[in-house]
Design a binder for this molecule. Structure first.
Ligand code: SAH
Ligand code: SF4
Length: 337
């Protein structure tokens, strides 16, 4: 940066450094999904997942090492809370993923570019979802800096509609986000009544459904899309009955929304099971018949555990991960974990 004063450059080199967190592990799934595990110090790691689709490339970014909300179906929750990521650590995940994808032409599947073998760098990551590890709205100040960089034309220039924050329902911060930086919003609903949601999403005890639904409606006054995406994890025998579907339709009558049903990605400590495919189909059908747009999330990157918090949970036990991973995906072990 020779256009800066020599003295200022000296100060910068003394006080600042430009780097991302170190990648300790990189995995590729047979379906093209890629996952990076970043070392964020003190034996903590966070993960970033890239999911290529025909018409877009979505990057799933983490906001915290661990999470205080402690949902019983989430392996991030089982890790406890370690710390908030800085804005640099959050945006650094996008920086790293784009560079890695740009240097690998096979990653560029957008607009049929793969066939020409020529990467189109600015389109590789077309969407960002804050659905990695952690509760983004409990790390609000750092999240906001990172979101603004994602949207800034001098940085990543993504449209508000293509950046999604997912929250378990931190009501006061939903209101702040609506004012400060209204991007697309996904709310992890997971239960249609307070009794069950108190158990599945413990934050519900602080901000129960009535409060949450009102906050969703306030958010919609500012949102770039005219609906909230409700995420709903499908847990066998817990939240997947026809009665639950009917209760969800009552909720849908109060908030303009779409449902995204997420087949539970099991892990041993949870003791929970994924609903059967038939049950998921029936449940989704009930919602669709009730007039609500409902999609079922495709399980991507299954062979590399590309679900929230899954890999970072495994990495702590190196013996097990080394035994398991060679059969589970192509793995590049960059450095001792
Ligand atoms: N804390 C935020 C964002 C991170 S979690 C939130 O809860 O919304 C992103 C999504 O992954 C949430 O909808 C969460 O419920 C889901 N998730 C967590 N553990 C999962 C698992 N084991 N299988 C499938 N989805 C899971
Ligand atoms: Fe935290 Fe979200 Fe996992 Fe719940 S689902 S423990 S809020 S990261």
């Amino acid at each position: 940066m020779t256009d800066l004063a020599r003295d200022f450059r000296r100060q910068l080199s003394e006080h600042c450094s430009i780097h991302t967190s170190e990648v300790v592990l990189e995995q590729r799934s047979a379906d093209g999904t890629r996952k990076w595990l970043f070392d964020v110090g003190k034996n903590n790691s966070v993960e970033t997942v890239f999911i290529p689709e025909d018409d877009r490339g979505t990057l799933c970014i983490s906001s915290q090492a661990g999470c205080t909300v402690a949902c019983p179906f989430c392996s991030t929750g089982y890790q406890g809370f370690n710390r908030n990521l800085s804005a640099a650590e959050i945006i650094g995940q996008l920086w790293h993923a784009r560079r890695a994808l740009m240097s690998d032409p096979a990653s560029s599947r957008i607009d049929g570019e793969a066939s020409s073998g020529k990467a189109q760098p600015h389109r590789v990551v077309s969407n960002v979802v804050m659905m990695g590890m952690g509760e983004p709205l409990l790390n609000y100040d750092q999240l906001l800096i990172a979101l603004r960089l994602m949207l800034d034309d001098n940085a990543y220039g993504l449209s508000r509609r293509r950046v999604t924050v997912s929250t378990s329902g931190v009501v006061p911060m939903m209101d702040r986000l609506a004012q400060d930086c209204p991007v697309a919003l996904a709310v992890s609903l997971h239960a249609p009544n307070d009794e069950l949601r108190d158990k599945l999403v413990p934050l519900n005890r602080k901000h129960p459904l009535r409060e949450l639904l009102d906050a969703c409606n306030r958010y919609l006054e500012h949102a770039p899309r005219d609906f909230i995406t409700f995420e709903y994890i499908m847990l066998d025998g817990i939240n997947d009955s026809d009665l639950h579907a009917r209760q969800l339709l009552d909720i849908a009558a109060q908030v303009k929304c779409k449902f995204n049903l997420i087949p539970f990605n099991p892990f041993p400590q949870s003791g929970l099971k994924r609903s059967s495919n038939q049950r998921i189909r029936d449940f989704s059908q009930r919602l669709i018949e009730g007039g609500v747009i409902t999609t079922v999330r495709k399980t991507r990157g299954d062979d590399i555990d590309a679900a929230c918090g899954q890999l970072a949970g495994d990495i702590r036990d190196r013996t097990r991960i080394e035994q398991r991973l060679p059969e589970r995906g192509t793995i590049i072990l960059k450095q001792e974990a």
